[in-house]
Design a protein around this ligand. Structure first.
Ligand code: ASP
Length: 342
């Protein structure tokens, strides 16, 4: 595997990774990625060419929304044939949502798109930003027999490359901020880059990139908790125009068996609202029908989220709802894997 002569485009959207501490005032300010080589001279030791595309207005990733996802995807679409790989520098807070969204938007992707960020600013003495950035660039540049090794949307953080749509942020202060509870690592970085080839996504040969840009935003996430009331549930499902709900249930997909609860869900489905069952556990899968407490959900036609993450489920839902497919097909499509998310 080699990286020589690869061309990598860095797309800088914002987040901690792009910050540098002004040691005189102590304040954090945005780092100019256009001067990347001056700031991180180590980059010149990488045998690949790096260019930077910086968003005009860089953001904290708490401000991310579908318009930004489209903006990221459009840069990739425009530059797709000019580069071998892409690194998206992004705040860690919503990185799993963005990586999931992009994995569904970039249909037919056969080059690496690596999301990364950091817990400490790039100018901080103990920063994790440099390692995350340098290894992400290497991963985006990695080729074998002239073909990209990684051909999917990944997320690299703290020595590990994960499938982006399988990740979730689990820690606000540890360098190991992400995990992929239901899918193994793609690459582990140590003295060497250890690529787990068997875990990589294998796109169909000769695919052409097609970018999906429409999102249905009339969606919501509802997390179950003991003591949830009929008032709350009825008010929630009365939201004007609501089209889809990711229902975070207990354990392997279980929910209350009270008749008022089931009736409210039945009514919502009757109104055409798509409901997906995902587990609020950090690992494992929904298995509808395993317990009596999920049997009724299965019978009424609730969609089985299996082992999908909430981040992936909500972004997949936003996209599938814009595909104008019948409720039956929606359920079938949601339950099968598009890009390795279930
Ligand atoms: N609040 C920051 C963001 O998500 C945190 C980070 O970059 O890690 O943009």
């Amino acid at each position: 595997m080699e990286t020589n002569n690869s061309k990598v485009l860095l797309i800088y959207t914002g987040g901690t990774i792009g910050m540098i501490k002004d040691y005189q005032t102590g304040a954090l300010r945005a780092f100019e990625f256009d001067n990347l080589y001056k700031r991180i001279p180590e980059l010149s030791h990488l045998d690949c060419q790096i260019s930077v595309h910086s968003f005009e207005k860089v953001i904290d990733s708490s401000d991310m929304n579908p318009r930004h996802w489209v903006a990221i995807a459009e840069v990739i679409e425009k530059e797709y044939t000019n580069y071998d790989g892409f690194v998206v520098l992004h705040g860690s807070d919503t990185m799993s949502y963005s990586a999931s969204a992009l994995s569904f938007m970039l249909e037919g992707l056969s080059k690496p798109v690596i999301f990364t960020g950091s817990q400490l600013p790039i100018g901080d003495l103990r920063t994790d930003a440099k390692e995350n950035l340098i290894t992400s660039i290497q991963l985006a540049a990695l080729k074998e027999e002239g073909q990209s090794v990684i051909r999917e949307v990944g997320l690299y953080f703290e020595y590990k490359l994960y499938r982006g749509n399988r990740t979730t942020k689990v820690n606000a202060e540890r360098f190991q901020a992400f995990t992929s509870p239901n899918y193994p690592l793609l690459v582990e970085s140590g003295v060497h880059l250890k690529v787990m080839k068997e875990n990589l996504f294998k796109p169909k040969p000769h695919t052409i990139l097609k970018v999906w840009k429409e999102f249905e935003q009339k969606v919501a996430i509802l997390k179950m908790f003991p003591g949830i009331t009929p008032q709350l549930l009825n008010a929630f499902f009365s939201i004007e125009g609501l089209k889809g709900v990711v229902l975070e249930t207990y354990g392997s997909g279980n929910a209350p068996t009270d008749e008022w609860f089931l009736e409210c869900l039945r009514k919502a489905i009757g109104k055409g609202i798509h409901i997906v069952n995902v587990t609020q556990c950090s690992g494992g899968s929904v298995i509808m029908g395993k317990y009596a407490a999920s049997e009724a959900l299965k019978t009424m036609g609730i969609i089985d989220g299996k082992d999908i993450t909430t981040e992936s489920a909500i972004t997949k839902m936003m996209i599938l709802l814009k595909k104008n497919i019948s409720p039956n097909l929606f359920k079938i499509k949601f339950e099968e894997s598009i890009v390795g998310e279930v």
